[in-house]
Design a protein around this ligand. Structure first.
Ligand code: MN
Length: 244
């Protein structure tokens, strides 16, 4: 046996399918990291009881957290997670980076050029654990980075989407509209968020960014079905299963 042999089984690399506008599969997007933005819509910040900036100049710095790449769910089947009584949905634009950022500060145009494509997904959240963490000034990891916490649609390439700011996202649960938001209402645009992340982390091809949710977050229960949409371009459908 070689000294470089794996001594335990190697986990497969998570990926997202890439499709064209007709739904034809083009290939895979191998996923490296999942970054997430908190509070990128003023109305959602308000419903969470957070301070809402009076103007763009007063928005401060974006809030970031991460999910593990293997939290991705491709088939929409999400077991109700352990250790919570308050699983919540947050429908979000998902940005996929297709190139590495170089070292040093990233210009806005260079940040925009890193974008490979877009998806629509849910930042599933254990809201009770998040509330407890916030109250105690503790990290959000257990509230956000759990197994099956990142159901995402296939990706469309950037050239097949155009300017995402022209689009809206929505979420129906059991056929009822729960969330709707225009992406032009995000406090930080896609290039601004990529630029800010590049000041904190090495960004590489394969990184995903969940861009934050509009108002209307709420509970999901076993048996619920959801339908998330990015304009008329992409959909992510799924079901909450009983606990494992
Ligand atoms: Mn979120």
């Amino acid at each position: 046996m070689s000294a470089d042999a794996d001594l335990v089984p190697a986990a497969p690399r998570p990926f997202l399918p890439v499709i064209d506008r007709r739904g034809q599969r083009l290939g895979r997007f191998p996923v490296r990291r999942i970054h997430c933005v908190g509070r990128n819509f003023a109305e959602h910040a308000r419903e969470m009881g957070a301070a809402v900036p009076a103007s763009p100049a007063e928005r401060g710095a974006p809030v970031f957290f991460q999910k593990p790449a293997d939290a991705l769910v491709l088939d929409g089947q999400v077991p109700y997670p352990p250790a919570t009584q308050a699983l919540h949905h947050e429908v979000e634009l998902v940005v996929a980076l297709g190139a590495d950022a170089g070292p040093g500060p990233l210009a806005t145009e260079a940040a925009a050029a890193l974008v490979f494509g877009y998806g629509i997904g849910l930042d599933l959240t254990r809201r009770d654990l998040q509330a407890a963490a916030k109250a105690a000034g503790l990290p959000w990891d257990t509230a956000k980075g759990f197994d099956y916490s990142a159901p995402v649609s296939p990706l469309l390439r950037a050239q097949d989407v155009g300017d995402p700011a022209a689009l809206a996202l929505s979420l129906h649960v059991n056929g009822q509209l729960r969330q709707h938001g225009r992406l032009q209402d995000m406090l930080w645009s896609v290039p601004e968020i990529v630029q800010a992340l590049a000041g904190l982390y090495a960004l590489r091809a394969g990184d995903l960014v969940f861009m934050g949710t509009p108002a209307g977050v709420g509970p999901l229960l076993p048996g619920d079905t959801w339908h998330a949409r990015l304009g008329d371009l992409l959909a992510c459908d799924g079901t909450v299963l009983p606990p494992l």
